[in-house]
Design a binder for this molecule. Sequence first.
Ligand code: SF4
Length: 476
Amino acid sequence: MRRFIDAEKELHEECGVFGIFQNEDAAQLTYYGLHALQHRGQEGCGIVSMDACDLHAYKGKGLVSEVFDDRCLSQLTGCYAIGHVRYSTAGGNEIENVQPLVANLQRHKFAVCHNGQIVNAKELRLELEKQGCIFQGSSDSEIILHLIQKGAGTFLQRIKNAFQQLEGAFACLILCEEGIYAIRDHNGLRPLSYAVMKEGICISSESCAFDVIGAYDMEDVKPGEIVCILQEGIIKTNYCDHVQNRMCAMEYIYFSRPDSVIDGINVHDARKLSGIYMAIQDYDDQDTKADIVIGVPDSSTSAAIGYAQSSGLPFEIGLVKNRYIGRTFIQPTQAQRDRGVRMKLSAIEAIVKDKSVVMIDDSIVRGTTSKRIVQLLKEAGAREVHVRIASPAIRFPCFYGVDTSSYEELICARMDERALCEYIQADSLKFFTIEGLRKCLHEKSLCTACFDGRYVTSLFSYGQLKDSLHKYDENA
Ligand code: SF4
């Protein structure tokens, strides 16, 4: 017998980008690429293609498969295309904010899409408005359009100048007559890679999309780099000299698909290793006597396999996810999250009944989902539920494009491990450590700001928010 709950996903990232250069099926391949990146955003999507005469754009709200059909894809003619899947943290859910956005520059059209968040967007927008720029929506991509339009020199010089003014976490694609420009923030917070196809080149937020379209020889766009994919070949240049590689740790823990490779590290391998280290920690502490290991599908499965292998306990499928829930389970506002049906999970009684279960999950944000899953397992007859979280405790908001923007939402900002264990009614609770996480990722330098509050950039107006939230926290 299965027992069901409606569980909401607690973390959402902002968007994914994909592009194709020099292929007759550019729009169709971009459609496939966006499909592979659908986990990065379900609210809306768009494709802009370019042929010898013009840019052609189509976008809408909803999943890639809902927005596009054969008829509209056939109208997106040309050998170049860029596309975007959206989840909004900055900007709203209005259609004007669905990317790519298109603009004119001296009668030449160009299109822009990005994922991530620009932390000085508010300041730049105010300054641009003072200078007479008119904004149609609230997406940060519009700021990039205006900065390019207001610049001087060649198109590349304008792009460099525009990106020198941006601070934050982003991966950006710009489409124009000459080809596609791929740009990554100078702290390397968001991933962006390109790969070769039999015919043409493709660019993607995540490498899982390359496998879908048979691309190979992948290379990362480096932090602060502009990769110009043009008729005359690939030209690489930097828009900024102060570069560092501080990839978002949550890309490995949660956001990216397990078949993606980020900065040379396979996501599944990294997650599995985190499970291995957590099991070693438990063995050293000698405080967990369990019968089976289960993972909360899907992003915790790799860590659960690692934990089981290392501990010698059997790995079981104790929780099943309904894969046909569609987009109802990812919604941008708390009201929608509270109201709608989310991700459905079910516990398999035949597996967990009378067992002491180690349950691996990837993170705790609000705590409500963990509590419901523990309850679900106990209702299905689990004798004990030992919760192991494959990330360190999230105590600080993210200002780099991940939807944890307030302390109030973060239960770990208010409760220590013991109090949280009681709250979620688990028999024990442990988080992975930042040191363990670094080991899994071969001591790679990372952004770990949501665990330790050490932000990689200045936060501009978000800094005031952070300070005021700190005061809220201290007074709580
Ligand atoms: S604060 Fe956390 S979620 Fe945000 S970029 Fe850094 S590691 Fe990623």
